[in-house]
Design a protein around this ligand. Structure first.
Ligand SMILES: Nc1ncnc2c1ncn2[C@@H]1O[C@H](COP(=O)(O)OP(=O)(O)OP(=O)(O)O)[C@@H](O)[C@H]1O
Length: 628
C-alpha cells in the first residue's frame, strides 16, 4: 500500500479508532445557479417539435453534513434536477454548477466531486448474496486495500446499514428496504462525499422509509452531502431531513433548512394548519391547491432567509470543516484560490482496480451468477441436443445417399438456420436487460467498459460453441454425412463460426435498438440474409440486391458448409434407387451455383463480420453509457 493511501485510510477510519468511522475524506459543497432544462418534444397535434421547459432557472446550494430533500409535486422536475446535478443526464441543460467553488457547466457530464448516484430502481445482481455483492464491489473499487481490509470494510458498512444479518441472503430474496440499503452500502464502499438518491423511499412502508431516512441522516452527519428526491414524507420522516429544496412547475419554491420552512411559508401568508404535516402542507402549496401566485410566494420566502442565497453557501465551510475535524490543509481559502487543488480534493482517492484485475473480478462474478442460474444454460444445450435428435431422425442417413441429396441440402440449411437463430436470439436481450444496472455501475465507476464486455463474451462465446458442437456432433453422425476429418472439421468450424457471427449481430442489435424492436429485427435480418445463397443464386438475384449476397455471413457460412460435404472432389455417392440425379456431387454443386466456393474468402467474411459487429457493439455501448 502506498504511503498516501495509508494516510487516507486513517482519515476514513480504517484501523483507526480515533476517527469517526466511514467519514468521507473530503466534503463537497454543491452550488448551482440558473439551471435551465429545455427538451424538444414531438407534439403530435402540431406535427413538429416543441420546446418543453422542465427547469426554469433554479438555483441553490447543498452543504456537507446535511441531508437535503428535493420535494415537489409529480412532474415538477425533481429527477431532472437530480440528474443534472449528478451529471447523470444533462440533455438540454444549461447553467452553472460549482463544486467547492470550482465551476462546471451544467451540460457537462463530468464528475461532480466524485459523486455517486443511487437511482430509483434497485440495480442489484439478484443471483449474488449480499456479502458477495459487497465483496466483489469492494474488490473492484478498493484496489489498494488488502483483502483483510476490504473484508473489514464490507462488514463495517453492512453493520452500519443493518445488513449484517442478511449477509448470506441472495439479493433476489431481500425486502424492498434491504435492497435500498444494499444499494447505498455498495456506493459507500468508496466513501463518496456526495451522494444522490432518486426517491429512495418509494415502494417502502413507513417504518422501512423511516429507518432508511434515519440512516441517510446518520451518513450525512459523517460529513457527506446527501441529496435525495422524496415524494411525500410523513411528519416523522420529515423531522429527519435537514434541508428542503422544493420545486413547483420547474421553479424553486423553497430552499433552506427544514426548521425554517413553516416560518418562511407564514411570511408569505401561508399558515400550516395545526396538526398538519408540514411536508403535506408544502406539497399542497406547491401543487397550487391554495391558489396563490407561487412565483411571489417563492420570492417572499427567499427574502425570509437571506443567508440561503448561493453567495452564503461557501461561507459556511469553516464551520462545517471544524465540526467534522477535517484536515487543516483543507481550508476554504485554499479551496477558493487553487482550482486544481480543489478538483483533486473532490475526487475519490480510492483507486479502482486495473483493467486486468477488473476482467478477473467480473469473470468471477459472471461465473457465480451463472452457477446460480445454470438452468438457462442447460436449457440451451438441451435444446440443441433435442433438435439434433429430431433432425437426425427426420433426415436419418441422407448424407450418404445420392437419392437424398436434396434432403441433406435441407438438413444443412436447417442446421445453419438453427445455429444462426440460437446464436443471435440468445444474446439479443443481454444488453437491453443489463442496461439499467450497467449504466448504474458504469456511472458510479465500478469498472471500465472493455473489461465488462470481455467478461460477458468470455462466458457467452464458449457456451455458444459448446451448444453448436453438441448439435453438430449428434446430427452430423445421425444423418451419415462424411466423417473424413477434413470435411467434418471444416463443417463444424463453419457452423460454429457462423453461429458466433450471428451472436455478434445479436449483441449489436441489442445494444442499438429498443428491446421491442430488437426481438423482431434479429429474426427478420437472419431470414433476409438466409435467402441469398440458398433460395436465390447470385445470377438470379436482381442487381440492386446483389450487395446483400456479398455481405451475407449466412450465405458465406452456408456455401462453405455445403462445400465441405459435397466439394473437394468427393467421389460418386451411393445410389439405392434406379436413377439418382445427383450421383456425382460436383453436378449438384454446379446446379446450386456453388461449384466455385472461395473457402478462405467466405470464412474471412464471417470472421471479419464477427469482429466488426463486436467493435460496433462496443462503440454503441460506449456511446449509450457516456451520452448524457
Ligand atoms: N427526456 C424527456 N423528454 C421529454 N420530457 C421529459 C423528459 N424528461 C422529463 N420530462 C418531463 O419533465 C417533467 C419533469 O420530469 P421529472 O421526472 O423530473 O419530474 P419529477 O418531479 O421527478 O416527477 P415524479 O415525482 O413523478 O418522478 C415531466 O413532465 C416529464 O414528462
Amino acid at each position: 500500500m502506498t504511503p498516501g493511501v495509508a494516510e487516507d485510510h486513517a482519515m476514513v477510519g480504517i484501523g483507526n479508532n480515533n476517527v469517526e468511522p466511514l467519514m468521507p475524506r473530503s466534503t463537497v459543497h454543491l452550488e448551482f445557479n440558473d439551471i435551465n432544462c429545455c427538451i424538444n418534444t414531438f407534439a403530435i397535434h402540431k406535427l413538429r417539435f416543441v420546446p418543453k421547459h422542465i427547469l426554469k432557472g433554479v438555483s441553490g446550494c447543498f452543504k456537507p453534513g446535511e441531508l437535503t430533500a428535493i420535494m415537489g409535486p409529480s412532474g415538477a422536475g425533481k429527477t431532472t434536477l437530480l440528474n443534472i446535478l449528478a451529471g447523470y443526464s444533462t440533455k438540454g441543460a444549461k447553467g452553472e454548477i460549482k463544486v467547492n467553488g470550482v465551476q462546471i457547466c451544467a451540460s457537462q457530464s463530468n464528475s461532480r466531486g466524485g459523486a455517486r448516484y443511487i437511482r430509483q430502481q434497485d440495480d442489484l445482481r439478484v443471483h449474488l448474496t449480499v456479502y458477495e455483492s459487497m465483496s466483489l464491489a469492494a474488490a473492484l473499487k478498493l484496489a489498494d486495500f488488502t483483502s483483510h481490509e476490504r473484508k473489514e470494510k464490507v462488514y463495517e458498512i453492512l453493520a452500519l446499514l443493518g445488513l449484517s444479518g442478511a449477509a448470506q441472503t441472495v439479493c433476489r430474496d431481500l425486502s424492498g428496504g434491504q435492497k435500498r440499503r444494499l444499494a447505498v452500502s455498495l456506493e459507500l464502499l468508496s466513501d463518496p462525499s456526495l451522494l444522490f438518491l432518486d426517491e429512495p423511499t418509494t415502494g417502502l412502508d413507513s417504518s422501512a422509509s423511516a429507518s432508511l431516512i434515519t440512516l441517510l441522516n446518520g451518513l450525512a452527519r459523517g460529513g457527506r452531502t446527501l441529496i435525495a428526491t422524496i415524494h411525500q414524507p410523513s411528519a416523522l420522516l420529515f423531522e429527519k431531513i435537514d434541508s428542503v429544496y422544493c420545486l413547483a412547475n420547474g421553479r424553486t419554491l423553497y430552499s433552506g433548512p427544514r426548521v425554517h420552512l413553516l416560518p418562511a411559508l407564514s411570511s408569505a401568508g401561508l399558515r400550516c394548519p395545526p396538526y398538519h404535516n408540514p411536508a403535506d402542507f408544502l406539497m399542497e402549496v406547491a401543487s397550487g391547491e391554495y391558489e396563490v401566485d407561487l412565483v411571489k410566494v417563492a420570492k417572499t420566502m427567499t427574502h425570509f432567509k437571506p443567508e440561503q442565497t448561493a453567495a452564503a453557501c461557501l461561507e459556511d465551510v469553516p464551520t462545517i470543516h471544524n465540526h467534522l475535524s477535517i484536515h487543516d490543509d483543507l481550508k476554504p481559502k485554499a479551496l477558493q484560490s487553487n482550482a486544481k487543488y480543489q478538483r483533486s480534493y473532490c475526487k475519490s482517492i480510492y483507486r479502482s482496480s486495473g483493467n486486468l484485475r477488473q476482467i478477473w473480478i467480473l469473470l468471477y462474478r459472471n461465473y457465480l451468477m451463472t452457477t446460480r442460474n445454470y438452468s438457462l444454460f442447460m436449457y440451451r444445450i438441451a435444446a440443441h441436443v433435442v433438435i439434433a435428435l429430431i433432425f437426425g431422425y427426420l433426415y436419418f442417413g441422407v448424407g450418404s445417399e445420392a437419392s437424398s441429396v436434396l434432403g441433406n441440402y435441407v438438413y444443412l440449411y436447417g442446421s445453419m438456420l438453427l445455429v444462426v437463430y440460437t446464436g443471435k436470439m440468445s444474446v439479443t436481450l443481454s444488453f437491453p436487460l443489463e442496461m439499467d444496472i450497467l449504466k448504474g455501475e458504469y456511472f458510479n465507476r465500478w469498472y471500465n467498459l472493455g473489461p465488462y464486455i470481455f467478461s460477458i463474451l468470455a462466458v457467452e462465446l464458449p457456451f455458444q460453441m459448446i451448444s453448436c458442437v453438441s448439435y453438430v456432433v449428434l446430427s452430423y453422425w445421425l444423418t451419415d454425412n462424411p466423417l473424413e476429418p477434413t470435411r467434418a472439421t471444416l463443417f463444424l468450424a463453419t457452423i460454429v463460426a457462423t453461429s458466433l457471427c450471428a451472436q455478434a449481430w445479436g449483441y449489436f442489435i441489442g445494444s442499438t435498438t429498443p428491446t421491442k424492436i430488437a426481438v423482431f429485427i434479429g429474426p427478420v435480418l437472419a431470414c433476409l440474409f438466409s435467402i441469398f445463397g440458398f433460395c436465390l443464386a447470385l445470377s438470379d438475384t436482381p442487381y440492386p440486391f446483389r450487395w446483400l449476397h456479398h455481405i451475407s455471413y449466412f450465405r458465406a457460412g452456408f456455401h462453405v458448409a455445403v462445400h465441405s460435404v459435397y466439394g473437394f472432389n468427393r467421389t460418386k455417392i451411393h445410389c439405392a434407387k434406379e436413377y439418382c440425379h445427383y450421383l456425382t456431387p460436383s453436378k449438384f454443386l454446379v446446379e446450386m451455383d456453388m461449384a466455385h466456393v472461395d473457402i478462405g474468402g467466405n470464412m474471412a467474411l464471417v470472421l471479419s463480420t464477427t469482429v466488426l459487429m463486436h467493435l460496433l457493439t462496443c462503440g454503441a455501448l460506449w456511446y449509450r453509457l457516456n451520452k448524457r
